[in-house]
Structures are given as structure tokens and as C-alpha cells.
Write a protein that binds this ligand. Structure first.
Ligand SMILES: [Zn+2]
Ligand SMILES: [Zn+2]
Length: 154
């Protein structure tokens, strides 16, 4: 039986759920995540696009060009402005902003990406793999995620 994961924006107007396990979870230090989080980095939860649903409220969207040069669409609450998810314009996945989960503690990230634009004070003290940009192979972060789950379950 699959359980569902739920979250929403700051004001509560926009709510979402996803029903499958993430394919990976990572910390992103790209300049867009810094802007969108209004902080030093974003925590990204990748799930398959068909697993994700807005369950309440009307979203607004904005198309942006990522540091990688690829375009993606960001979906946010028109009331409070909080972005909850990005959808890359290629590939069948969405990237949920982990801080919008009702329980942001559920998923432990497995890597840092876009470290070339990380804040210079950030200590990187967790020993996780680091990538200067996004890994060339999109599956790389998924592999790290499933290896990690195997380790945790042993
Ligand atoms: Zn809102
Ligand atoms: Zn990012």
C-alpha cells in the first residue's frame, strides 16, 4: 500500500501530495535555489510527474532558465508567493521544494550539487558527495539515493 506525502505553501491556500517514494533527494546550491529559498540553498525532492498532484488551490507558474541552461517551470502560490515545485521542461519528473513538506524531516539528502555557487561560509561537514554542477548523468543522484536506502535498511 502506498502512503501519500503532503505539503503546501506558507499561507495554506496551495496544497499538494505525491504518492510514490522520491527517486532522489539532494541539496542544491544553484543561484535559483538561493533566490527561491531566500536563503543559502534548496533541498530538492524528485518524484515522478504522474505521482504529484495539486490537491487544493490555484497555482501560478513562471518559466526560468536553470544554471544548467535548461528551462523549467516553477509553480507557486499567488497569495503568499511560495514556490512548491519545479517541473523541468524535459523528463517526466517534478522537483519538490522539501521545505514545503508538512514533515520536511522525512527525507535525508544524499548529495550536494551546484557547489560552485555555494555560499563561501557553508561548511560541507556532512561528508556527502559533492558535484560542482549537476551530475552529467541524471541517473547519478538516483543511484546514490537507492544505494543509501539499501544501506539504511540493512
Ligand atoms: Zn500560499
Ligand atoms: Zn537549484
Amino acid at each position: 500500500m502506498s502512503k501519500s506525502y503532503v505539503g503546501g505553501c506558507l499561507c495554506g491556500a496551495l496544497r499538494y501530495e505525491f504518492i510514490t517514494e522520491p527517486t532522489t533527494v539532494y541539496i542544491c546550491h544553484c543561484t535559483e535555489c538561493q533566490k527561491v529559498s531566500a536563503s543559502a540553498f534548496g533541498v530538492s525532492v524528485r518524484v515522478s510527474a504522474e505521482s504529484f498532484n495539486i490537491t487544493q488551490g490555484e497555482d501560478k507558474s513562471i518559466e526560468t532558465v536553470a544554471d544548467s541552461g535548461r528551462t523549467k517551470t516553477g509553480f507557486f502560490c499567488p497569495e503568499c508567493g511560495i514556490r512548491i515545485v519545479n517541473k523541468p521542461n524535459s523528463g517526466d519528473l517534478v522537483v519538490i521544494k522539501a521545505g514545503t513538506l508538512d514533515n520536511p524531516n522525512l527525507f535525508r539528502p544524499i548529495a550536494h550539487i551546484w557547489t560552485q555557487s555555494a555560499q563561501s561560509w557553508f561548511p560541507f561537514a556532512d561528508g556527502l558527495p559533492k558535484f560542482k554542477k549537476a551530475p552529467e548523468d541524471v541517473k547519478e543522484l538516483n543511484k546514490l539515493w537507492s544505494n543509501n536506502i539499501l544501506k539504511v535498511n540493512q
